[in-house]
Design a binder for this molecule. Structure first.
Ligand code: NAP
Length: 288
């Protein structure tokens, strides 16, 4: 049984920064690595963390390593470097990025050969829930490792659920993001239709939010739509990545395919770095 005190954290993006901050606030000793080293140095000005120059150096100092990276390619590159670093102190690796279950299973198999437990633990919830320790963590992998890292998950989210073998966390996550994307596209289409016929977003959205079809996400994104503020919390290109992963696993349902077409075209038209709610911008600017 590992007593977890030292955590190596890799990936200081929109999600990584609040998550690493919460680990420090929960009392863990946190050492971070980020590809763009300046981001790690800037982060060190605000939070009591140590900065590593290489991912490999985390292997010898950490009890547990957590990654929060963009996509499959990033995760494969970083774990390649971790595995190449050889045996170290860390015996549990947790990838909290959203990636394909196939990549997860491959990396988990390599980790197992080295005696390391590998959990896929993607999260539901964006920057605000990450900041408020309200993430929902869905996990695939070994039950004993899942039990051991409970204090870590408790510092990051409001729930963690072991769903099955390696890859199960990412399967659940892709299903949730399919629903998320369809919801945002549906909401945007309703707003665009209303606006075209004389009802403003400002008037329509409270009606939606106050009724049975209002939800956490419709409420969260209302001010973005009303103010046409597409500052990224969850970048549209990342949602496109997730829907692409779902398609690669056989998602071929009508609304999901329509969502996929929207996201591909929106990225081609330069909206990939906007928040996913820029589906509204896409419909306003290019479709309607
Ligand atoms: P982000 O802001 O784009 O940050 C991505 C991080 O990955 C950065 O630290 C980046 O480093 C690093 N990275 C990318 N390629 C790399 C490589 N080849 N080698 C090393 N590091 C690399 O992404 P995010 O919004 O935090 O999302 C992270 C993950 O969580 C994604 O899988 C996303 O789908 C998932 N997720 C996001 C949200 C959300 O609302 N944002 C919610 C749930 C799940 P640099 O700083 O050097 O670029």
């Amino acid at each position: 049984m590992v007593t977890i005190k030292n955590i190596g954290f890799i990936g200081l993006g929109n999600m990584g920064v609040p998550m690493a901050t919460n680990l420090v606030n929960a009392g863990f000793s946190v050492q971070v690595y980020n590809r763009n080293a300046q981001k790690a140095k800037d982060f060190q000005q605000t939070v009591d963390i140590q900065v590593a120059d290489t991912v490999a150096s985390l292997v010898s100092t950490s009890d547990v390593i957590i990654t929060m990276l963009s996509n499959d390619a990033a995760v494969q590159e970083v774990y390649g470097n971790l595995f190449a670093a050889g045996a170290g102190k860390a015996s549990i690796y947790i990838d909290m990025s959203t990636v394909s279950p196939e990549t997860t299973r491959q990396l988990a198999a390599t980790a197992a050969e080295k005696g390391i437990s590998y959990l896929d633990a993607p999260v539901s919830g964006s920057v605000k829930p990450a900041t408020e320790r309200q993430l929902i963590i869905m996990v695939g992998g070994d039950a004993a490792a899942f039990d051991q890292v409970q204090p870590v998950f408790a510092a990051l989210g409001k729930s963690s659920t072991l769903l099955g073998a390696s890859g199960a966390g990412n399967i659940a996550k892709l299903a949730i993001n399919l629903f998320l994307g369809i919801t945002i596209q549906g909401l945007s289409e309703a707003v665009v239709f209303a606006a075209k016929n004389g009802i403003s977003a400002e008037d329509l959205l409270p009606l939606i939010n106050n009724g049975p079809i209002g939800s956490g996400i419709t409420k969260l994104k209302t001010s973005n739509i009303v103010n046409e503020d597409y500052t990224p919390a969850f970048a549209l290109k990342l949602l496109k990545k997730d829907i692409g992963l779902a398609e690669a696993m056989g998602m071929d349902t009508p609304t999901g395919k329509a969502l996929s077409a929207t996201l591909i075209d929106a990225v081609e038209k330069g909206l990939g770095d906007d928040d996913m709610v820029a589906i509204h911008r896409y419909l306003t600017k290019f479709i309607s």
